[in-house]
Design a protein around this ligand. Structure first.
Ligand code: 13P
Length: 248
């Protein structure tokens, strides 16, 4: 049985003071939640978030991590820096990083290996753009992202994959539950082919892209969907809690 995991990706939103207020509002709303709950917040919010989640079920995540241990990498944040704060999860390869900041399958792979080596739990994002989808290239794109992104990785026990069709991110367009389930099933089959049936069976794969309280239940009911990576709806306590508590 794969434990469902709902993670918020705050992206570039919330100052430290706003982060503290949001977490304090969220805590009582998810106190009885069944899924694993993670919030991935901007670096500048990590310290205050760590303090604010104390005594709750919420786990802390960052939105990226450097591939190097330390050194001349202006603007990057190392795994040790994150670990010292108490960060447990880290998003790697989000489509916005790929689109605006030159992230490639190669850099995703480097960051992923560093996260694993340092004991951080990676949430690795994959997904096709609208053009790729319209050209029927979804499978091809996903195959490249998975095979190159996870190259040389052998232990998947701490890894979560987030399937985020780029056309569904922040657009209000959600993949239908059937469609998301089918595509995530394809990702699982890719993992099975390369890393074996046991790895594929145990691996948690989230859906991300305009997930909200009103569609969470339907998506989460799908056999292959083990959770959600939530953008916009993670910025409001009631909405995020509505997704976390999708079963109620
Ligand atoms: P939205 O939920 O705002 O569509 O964003 C999804 C996402 O990119 C999560 O990483």
């Amino acid at each position: 049985m794969r434990k469902p995991i709902i993670a918020g990706n705050w992206k570039m939103n919330k100052t430290a003071a706003e982060a503290e207020a949001l977490i304090n509002e969220l805590k009582p709303l998810i106190a009885k939640s069944k899924p694993e709950v993670v919030i991935c917040v901007p670096y500048t919010d990590l310290w205050i978030a760590k303090k604010a989640i104390e005594g709750s079920k919420i786990k802390l995540g960052a939105e990226n991590v450097a591939w190097a241990d330390s050194g001349a990498f202006t603007g990057e944040i190392s795994a040790d820096m994150l670990k010292e704060i108490g960060v447990e999860y880290v998003i790697i390869g989000h489509s916005e990083r790929r689109q605006y900041f030159g992230e490639t399958d190669k850099t995703v792979n480097m960051r992923l290996k560093q996260a694993l080596a340092k004991g951080l739990k990676p949430i690795v994002c994959v997904g096709e753009t609208l053009t790729e989808r319209e050209k029927n290239k979804t499978k091809k794109v996903l195959k490249k992202q998975v095979l190159e992104g996870f190259k040389d990785v052998t232990d998947f026990s701490n890894i979560v994959i987030a399937y985020e069709p780029v056309w569904a991110i922040g657009t209000g367009k959600t993949a239908t539950a059937e469609d998301a389930n089918k595509t995530i099933g394809y990702i699982r089959s890719l993992v099975k082919k390369t890393w074996g049936a046991d790895v594929a069976k145990a691996l948690r794969i989230q859906y991300g892209g305009s997930m909200k309280p009103s569609n969470a239940k339907e998506l989460m009911a799908m056999r292959n969907i083990d959770g959600g990576l939530i953008g916009g709806a993670a910025l409001k306590a009631a909405d995020f809690a509505g997704i976390v508590n999708y079963k109620d």
